[in-house]
Design a protein around this ligand. Structure first.
Ligand code: ME8
Length: 513
């Protein structure tokens, strides 16, 4: 049986500065989804990388006395190193300076040109280098003599140059129809924002620049480089072998199942991108999910406030799986959420150390001492035993439905509800007393608890791959019995178990000095 393809992407990061926890958040969430789908039997392709062209990169490099390429090389490597430290299981790390990406971007341009959608004119208007975006006059405001984009608060500058334009206006009705008949953009609240943006129709879009040269050359007119978003969006196609649309890679994985992006770039993904693809005669991705922003202690991260959080530091302080769990459990993916050191410590100590870690430690150390270190031989299940097992066995379907909507926090809440029930079950059955009065009952309670731990660990692997892998080791679940298709394969009584070891230590403040 061939498995269903699932192609998922993150936004590609501008390597003009240090990667921060907002990038880590998006990459972790997308990684969790990729891992979930692999365990669920899908044929997954996962793309992430860096967006290296444009005026922002060129200006940042000049300030540092470097070339744009030097800055891109240096920071792209740092972002990839961050991803590796975060356990991001990408299949390709794309850099928009990769030669095959130049080829893909130029092929995309030619297709849009052949469709009659590109013409040469002059651009006169406002541009924000920080956002790499054009703004109409009524989208800007002047404060203290400086003009800013209202939506993002970034400074804009006046631009006047010869430029190629894309006939975006032609696609306004088709876009409105897309939102009306098909979900396309999620969560739904973002769709309303986009409809607002399009209410007065759409202006044609300037898609090339002549005032700097750090970009993909426009085919046939090398005085121009492409507007960075034209080449940036095309990365999703390069990642599956475009322009060779007959390649196995392209035929298997395009259209993408999900583009995961932040809410600030939904305009580019939900308006420009579908229009470019229609023009080029290429199918649209199935869904764009625009997640919320991660704030730090409730505030927007910024270098001037000095509250930019380095994800690699968080991994050293709290542990990787702990960080991954925290980010997905704490924040509803479609909405803004906040990171704080207090919040992560509290999740580590309550959800991980107390609820799951303690249950595993208490039950498995009893098994080690009283059941010869083997999966206990259980007796007949009582109504309570059966109810506990049924609760755990019923998790898969709704958890899968939550994941299909990228509702990670809901899935984890559901799983942790069962962990809570398992703690109550364990405490109320008092196996430590049964040890003296009814060994068969003790064995059964320990078996049921271990079986619940197995199901919880299998389902939680995408979020905490290392810790859940350890938990499955402790339960002697073999490597080839850890997919969701194996959820129904209950633990075999009598199987030898390794010595128990704690999985989630409590967070303790580091000692002074
Ligand atoms: O926008 N919380 O790059 P980028 C959550 N190169 N997500 C955040 C965030 C925060 N505080 N800050 C940024 C770009 N992000 C373009 C993308 S895609 C073809 C080109 C998210 O480095 C942001 O929303 O500014 C985006 O999805 C990603 O990080 C990269 O941001």
């Amino acid at each position: 049986m061939t498995s269903t393809p699932f192609y998922i992407t993150t936004a590609i990061v501008y390597p003009n500065g240090d990667p921060h926890i907002g990038h880590a958040y998006e990459h972790i969430a997308t990684d969790v989804m990729a891992r979930f789908k692999r365990l669920d039997g899908f044929d997954v392709r996962f793309l992430t990388g860096t967006d290296e062209h444009g005026q922002k990169m060129q200006t940042s490099a000049e300030k540092l006395g470097m070339t744009a390429r030097e800055l891109a090389d240096q920071n792209s490597a740092r972002i990839q190193a961050m991803d590796d430290q975060l356990g991001i299981s990408y299949d390709r790390y794309i850099r928009t300076t990769d030669p095959d990406h130049y080829e893909a971007s130029q092929a995309m341009w030619k297709r849009m040109e052949e469709a009659g959608d590109i013409y040469l004119d002059k651009y006169e208007g406002w541009y924000s280098v920080r956002d790499e975006a054009f703004y109409a006059e009524d989208e800007t405001e002047v404060r203290d003599g400086v003009r800013y984009a209202i939506e993002t608060g970034t400074e804009v500058e006046w631009n006047e140059e010869e430029s190629y334009f894309f006939r975006l206006s032609k696609y306004a009705d088709r876009l409105k129809e897309l939102y009306a008949t098909d979900g396309f953009v999620y969560p739904e609240s973002r769709r309303n924002e986009l409809a607002g943006f399009m209410k007065d129709g759409l202006r044609d879009l300037s898609i090339s620049r002549t005032s700097f040269d750090w970009g993909v050359p426009v085919p046939g007119n090398e005085k121009h480089v492409m507007y960075v978003w034209v080449d940036a969006l095309t990365n999703y196609l390069t990642g599956v072998g475009f322009p060779d649309s007959n390649s196995d890679l392209f035929k298997t994985y395009w259209p993408a199942s999900y583009h995961v992006i932040g809410k600030d770039i939904s305009r580019f993904h939900a308006i420009y991108w579908p229009a470019f693809l229609w023009s080029a005669g290429i199918e649209l991705p199935k869904r764009v999910f625009a997640h919320g922003f991660l704030l730090v202690d409730g505030e927007k991260m910024s270098k001037s406030i000095g509250n930019v959080v380095d994800p690699v530091d968080l991994v050293s302080s709290f542990g990787l799986d702990q960080l991954r769990f925290f980010l997905l459990r704490e924040v509803s993916f479609g909405q803004d959420g906040s990171y704080s050191a207090e919040a992560i410590k509290s999740r580590i100590n309550s959800d991980l150390a107390n609820d799951l870690g303690n249950l595993a430690q208490r039950s498995l150390s009893m098994v080690a001492k009283n059941c010869e270190g083997k999966v206990p031989l259980h007796g007949a299940f009582t109504a309570e035993d059966q109810a506990m097992l049924d609760l755990a066995n019923a998790l898969y379907e709704p958890v899968r439905a939550d994941f299909d909507e990228l509702a990670f926090h809901k899935a984890l809440e559901r799983i942790w509800h069962v962990v809570g029930e398992a703690n109550r079950y364990f405490t109320s059955q008092e196996p430590w007393k049964l040890r003296k009065t009814n060994l068969e009952r003790m064995n059964t309670v320990l078996y049921v608890t271990a079986e619940v731990l197995r199901i919880v660990a299998i389902l939680t692997q995408p979020v905490m791959p290392t810790a859940m892998g350890k938990m499955l080791d402790l339960l002697a679940v073999s490597q080839d019995a850890r997919d969701f298709a194996d959820l129904g394969q209950a633990l075999v009584p009598g199987a030898e178990l390794p010595a128990p070891a704690p999985i989630f230590p409590r967070y303790e403040e580091p000692k002074e000095g």
